[in-house]
Design a protein around this ligand. Structure first.
Ligand SMILES: Nc1ncnc2c1ncn2[C@@H]1O[C@H](COP(=O)(O)OP(=O)(O)O)[C@@H](O)[C@H]1O
Ligand SMILES: [Mg+2]
Length: 299
């Protein structure tokens, strides 16, 4: 199992080596060929708002004219489609099992984004055969005509989650101000740090469900300081989202909150977050330093 995970990472690493620049959030590989920016949304604790953030970030991206795909990689509790009131016939399970291609299962929504539905109750990517894994990775590549791929993962640190993080340009780590959520978020950052000492990844912290920007800043400052001191890891503060009743109302209506009310507090925050992410450079600097490391044989 470990070998398989390592293989996937190696393929993803090779893929990322091709990438050497991010211009306004757009990625190009070494030959100047365009490739999508992959953003993984993850957390330590469940129920902190990952799926809402993934879906609504996608809508915010689409509003800037980008072609966006949301992939539901929460293989235990897949619910991107539920949040959009959709019941796609095929999902990632069929791709993983080689019954369908990614192109066949990708579904347009009414919100200007496409989704790849998750496989509820299916949590065994780690147990796939080598061939199945290889096929899955090749199929992932067919999403390459998107500008942005947002991957919604499950909470915690199953090897699946780590595999998806390994494939990403940015990992958006979601926490709330609750002490348990903060501890678990730190836990996942720590595992990412120990799993990948040569990490080519923008680590972006989002504090969700806050009462005010001051609360969020306190949580973020603490986490960033601790990650710097104890893990020697740079975590960026991407932003916060207000605790907003519109969010749960929208969830009940199975509609993204950004579509329900583009001017509500949560919508304004999410648009701000996407704007900031667009300005950030993703893998560029980390990619460059790891390239140097390889050049000088010090990795
Ligand atoms: N900013 C917010 N304001 C109010 N409620 C929120 C907010 N973010 C999330 N929630 C609530 O938390 C629930 C869980 O969110 P969800 O996105 O499904 O979390 P996760 O994917 O991390 O499990 C939502 O159904 C919603 O009711
Ligand atoms: Mg979720």
């Amino acid at each position: 199992m470990e070998d398989q995970a390592e293989k996937l990472r190696e393929i993803m690493r090779q893929k990322s080596e091709g990438s050497n620049s991010h211009i306004a959030g757009t990625s190009y590989n070494r030959k100047g060929k365009y490739r999508p920016r992959i953003i993984t949304v993850t957390s330590g604790k469940g129920g902190v708002g990952k799926t809402n953030i993934a879906v609504n970030m996608a809508l915010a991206y689409a509003r800037t004219g980008k072609k966006v795909v949301v992939m539901d990689a929460d293989l235990g509790l897949a619910n991107v489609n539920v949040m959009l009131r959709m019941t796609p016939r095929y999902n990632l399970y069929h791709v993983i099992r080689r019954q369908k291609t990614m192109k066949e299962i990708i579904t347009e929504t009414d919100y200007g984004i496409s989704i790849v539905a998750g496989a509820s109750g299916f949590s065994k990517i780690a147990n796939l055969s080598e061939e199945e894994r290889q096929y899955f990775i090749e199929e992932l590549e067919t999403l390459s005509n998107a500008d942005t791929i947002i991957i919604d993962t499950s909470a915690g640190v199953s090897s699946n989650v780590l595999d998806f993080i390994a494939a990403a340009d940015d990992a958006v780590i979601v926490t709330t101000p609750e002490p348990t959520a903060i501890t678990d978020a730190y836990g996942i950052i720590k595992i990412i740090a120990t799993e990948y000492d040569d990490l080519n990844l923008g680590l972006q912290l989002v504090v969700n469900r806050v009462k005010g920007s001051g609360d969020a800043k306190k949580v973020a400052d603490r986490m960033i300081t601790i990650a710097g001191q104890f893990l020697n890891l740079k975590v960026d503060y991407l932003g916060f989202i207000y605790d907003d009743p519109i969010v749960s109302q929208a969830v009940l209506k199975q509609k993204p909150f950004l579509a329900e009310d583009p001017r509500c507090k949560a919508s304004i925050c999410i648009q701000h977050i996407v704007g900031k992410l667009e300005k950030s450079e993703g893998r560029k600097s980390a990619g460059f330093s790891s390239m140097l490391k390889r050049l000088f044989g010090r990795s």
